[in-house]
Design a protein around this ligand. Structure first.
Ligand code: SD4
Length: 335
């Protein structure tokens, strides 16, 4: 049985994991004896896209790219661009809520299966930070460009200047200024901040993360999303993870790297996401009622996992021809 055929045959069930397939992967069945080493690795079906929040248009785009023979890296860039261009969503790209000075500043990063990484932080006036991040990765000797330098680089690469502050976001900011109270709002992200992971038919994993960060943040503030190991980490031998929510807490625990390392040690994506959330919870038992963090992860075998602190975090999976919103378990349910 060729690998591709095997992949097609696995296309059953919600997240693509059935007992039979899991057993095949674990080496318990007689079919297993004729399976190649490559086939034994596979549990969920490929290709696969998973993203934070309810972002079906973005996952559909990424899926389409891979159906047309594109790589997981192409899928990530094109999928993330869908949300960046959505002026209605107020936490990524155009229409993102500004910092307290009224500036929309964007953070994004991308990682490929070779372990290359590119990122932009505090980028202004550019519609597609994920594409600039990819250019940083592919066209420069660096991995991370910030602020004016990142903007200048984007212009040199042919990106156009775009006003990212929409009327709706300007109005929201003007209303906010009346009280100027700063308090992260749980699940404000619940539309389009995007952390996305994809595995293509070759089994290669890529990931991306793009956001306007927290609304009304201090000028100059950068969150976890563009920082390797925190908002995103990909290791093509093991799997990938990405985060959403209060970036400061993700940064302090290097959450996405932690999840990938836990998967390397044998934890499932679900167990690894839970452990990463638990680390944050343990350090913040008094404060966790005030902020949200959610993780999603995928391993090399195509299994997925997700976990949040609060109810309200959702994610989207496109696998087996199904593009669906999922509701993960969350910490505060059990405490
Ligand atoms: C940040 N983690 O800048 C981001 C915000 C976010 O959905 O994920 N919003 O802290």
């Amino acid at each position: 049985m060729k690998r591709r055929t095997f992949i097609q045959n696995t296309a059953i069930g919600g997240l693509g994991i059935s007992t039979g397939l899991a057993a095949l992967a674990c080496g318990n069945t007689s079919e297993n004896e004729s399976a190649s080493k490559d086939e034994k690795m596979l549990v969920g079906s490929l290709p696969l896209v998973i993203a934070t929040w309810d972002v079906k248009e973005a996952t559909a785009k990424a899926w389409e790219v891979m159906q047309n023979g594109g790589s997981s890296l192409d899928a990530i860039e094109q999928g993330c661009k869908v949300e960046e261009a959505n002026a209605e969503g107020q936490s990524v790209g155009i229409g993102g809520l500004p910092d307290r000075e009224g500036n929309v500043t964007l953070d994004a990063c991308i990682m490929n299966a070779a372990g290359d990484y590119g990122a932009v932080v505090y980028l202004q006036n550019i519609l597609h930070p994920i594409s600039v991040a990819r250019k940083v990765m592919e066209e420069t000797p660096h991995v991370l460009l910030a602020g004016k330098g990142a903007e200048q680089f984007a212009f040199e690469q042919g990106f156009e200047k775009t006003n990212l502050l929409t009327e709706a976001s300007k109005k929201a900011w003007e209303e906010w200024k009346i009280t100027s109270q700063y308090k992260p709002i749980i699940n404000i992200e619940n539309h389009d901040t995007i952390g996305m992971l994809a595995i293509d038919e070759n089994g290669d994993i890529s990931g991306g993360c793009t956001t306007s960060g927290l609304a009304y943040k201090m000028a100059g503030r950068v969150g976890d999303s563009p920082i390797i190991g925190s908002g995103l980490f990909v290791d093509n031998e093991v799997g990938a993870a990405t985060a959403t929510g209060l970036g400061e807490e993700v940064l302090k625990t290097v959450g996405s790297f932690l999840i990938v390392e836990l998967m390397r040690q044998g934890k499932s994506p679900q167990e690894a996401c839970e452990e990463a959330v638990n680390r944050i919870v343990k350090k913040n038992s008094e404060r966790i009622k005030d902020f949200q963090v959610g993780y999603i992860a995928v391993n090399k075998q195509g299994e997925t996992g997700a976990y949040g602190i609060h109810e309200g975090f959702v994610y989207t999976v496109y696998q087996n021809e199904n593009n669906e919103k999922h509701i993960p378990d969350f910490y505060l349910k059990n405490s």
